[in-house]
Design a protein around this ligand. Structure first.
Ligand SMILES: O=C(O)[C@H]1O[C@H](OP(=O)(O)OP(=O)(O)OC[C@H]2O[C@@H](n3ccc(=O)[nH]c3=O)[C@H](O)[C@@H]2O)[C@H](O)[C@@H](O)[C@H]1O
Length: 466
């Protein structure tokens, strides 16, 4: 239903609703190929060229359609495969080639991973489960006895071997991670069909503020198309799960009022990344309004910690400082500091679990809203911004290595000068109380980093120093 709706809106979307007569005429011609041909014959060679181009585009479309992997199955699956196939042309990120799903053994693993093992426990589908936040959230849920099933595309935005290591960790804890893209609608439908999930923790996303200038389509693919694909599956599922998903502090964009409150304006994003997260919040509103999906957006503030993301500054600063390579530290054009409300991963996990625990049920049935549903937005930050120069000093002390710093003016690449969360709403409604300051959190990160990348040297030095 959803896809046919998309197709029809694609066909009719070109006409202006304020000019119904015009729309009617265009429709008539477009549905009468003989008339179209006659009219074109009477035109100049330019028109012939246009006609050949049209046939060319149609032929290309059909070729791609029939080349798509599941063109022999039903039309919805074919459309979906075509979408992901064509979008793979636009994206440079690669996903695992070994992804396959289905079959009774696979279903058994899915069910077993999602089985709830405590009274009144949740059953949660975690998208982006092999990602930084996804891994920590999956492990925490599993530890409580909740049912957890992971989904991850294992794309190569950053070193996929780190994602594989996180997957091994999850595997040992009894969390099965299905390999697949959130844009794969048949897969999502299958998962929600096999398990009646009570919740979805939607953490799969294209992250990173500056990378959006290099690969903009990957943000549209994951943060917009992927979110819609997920909400489509959720709204049609029975029962409809409650959805808790990762928005971002970046939605505050050029907002200068501090600390950032959920009541402040978020209509001036400074990066495409921020714009896609803001778009996600609006899309969430629509699915809540039309289909009765219970949806909670969590605006994360620069999350860091063990098993983190190598594209983030604290992570690659650590790597470069240890290698003696120069690091580039941004400052504002007036020479003042750039600062972030760095938030430790364990605090984020507590906030996210509280959001899952307090999420009300969705109200839709068979894709139709039966009553008003919960729609929430919370800041999850630390409420104590730290200058990036201070972040570097802490790392220098922990690593016992002096950084080779190059201080430059912050380039115009989507960054904002500072972030600072007001967390009163999350405190009040989720009982969210972050407890880890940057120094303590970075100490844990550095310990993990040294252990992960240099286990032998690190363990030897630890045993000789103790
Ligand atoms: O809260 C978010 O919503 C986002 O948080 C994170 O973005 P940021 O806060 O920009 O983190 P990060 O890149 O680590 O830069 C940290 C600081 O180092 C400065 N920075 C950065 C690079 C560099 O070379 N030099 C430098 O000084 C830089 O100017 C900044 O002040 C997530 O990546 C993003 O996915 C999203 O979740």
């Amino acid at each position: 239903m959803s896809l046919s709706h998309l197709s029809s809106s694609g066909g009719g979307g070109g006409g202006s609703p304020s000019s119904p007569g015009k729309l009617k005429t265009e429709k008539h011609h477009s549905h009468n190929p003989r008339l179209l041909l006659l009219r074109l014959k009477n035109h100049s060679s330019y028109s012939k060229l246009t006609l050949y181009s049209l046939f060319g585009v149609a032929a290309l479309f059909l070729t791609l359609f029939f080349l798509s992997p599941s063109s022999s199955s039903n039309s919805i699956a074919s459309y979906s495969s075509y979408s992901s196939y064509s979008s793979s042309f636009r994206r440079s990120l690669r996903t695992s080639s070994s992804s396959s799903w289905g079959g009774s053994e696979w279903e058994k693993k899915v069910r077993s991973s999602a089985r709830v093992r405590r009274a009144d426990g949740l059953s949660v589908l975690v998208t982006g489960a092999a990602g930084f936040v996804g891994t920590h959230v999956s492990l925490a849920l599993k530890r409580r006895g909740d049912g957890v099933l992971g989904l991850d595309s294992f794309n190569d935005y950053y070193d996929p071997s780190l994602k594989r290591s996180r997957q091994s960790l999850l595997d040992r804890a009894g969390v099965f991670v299905v390999e697949g893209d959130i844009n794969d609608s048949p897969l999502l439908r299958k998962l929600l069909d096999v398990v009646p999930f009570s919740h979805v923790a939607h953490l799969a996303a294209q992250a990173g503020v500056r990378y959006a200038m290099k690969n903009p389509s990957s943000y549209v693919h994951s943060n917009i198309a992927g979110l819609v694909s997920l909400l489509e599956a959720a709204k049609s599922a029975e029962p409809q799960p409650a959805v808790v998903w990762a928005s971002s502090s970046s939605v505050y964009g050029l907002n200068t009022r501090v600390p950032f409150s959920e009541a402040h304006r978020t209509d001036r994003p400074a990066s495409l990344y921020a714009a896609t997260k803001k778009a996600g919040e609006e899309i969430a509103h629509t699915y809540n309004h039309i289909y009765g999906l219970s949806i909670t957006a969590l605006r994360f503030f620069t999350v860091y910690g063990p098993w983190g993301r190598p594209d983030m500054a604290y992570y690659f600063f650590t790597k470069d400082i240890l290698k003696g390579k120069p690091i580039t530290v941004f400052q504002a054009p007036d020479g003042s500091s750039v600062a972030r409300d760095f938030t430790y991963i364990d605090d984020i996990v507590h906030g996210l679990l509280a959001a899952l625990d307090t999420a009300e049920k969705s109200t839709g049935l068979r894709g139709k809203k039966q009553g008003p549903a919960q729609l929430r937005v919370y800041n999850l930050g630390n409420t104590s911004p730290v200058p990036v120069t201070e972040l570097v000093s802490i790392l220098e002390r922990l690593l016992k290595v002096k950084a080779n710093k190059k201080v430059v003016n912050m380039p115009a690449n989507g960054d904002v000068q500072f972030t600072h969360a007001n967390i009163s709403l999350a405190q009040r409604e989720l009982g969210y109380h972050p407890t880890t300051d940057l120094k303590t959190g970075l100490k844990k990160f550095v310990k993990w980093y040294l252990d992960y990348y240099n286990p032998i040297t690190y363990k030897t030095s630890r045993s000789s120093s103790s």
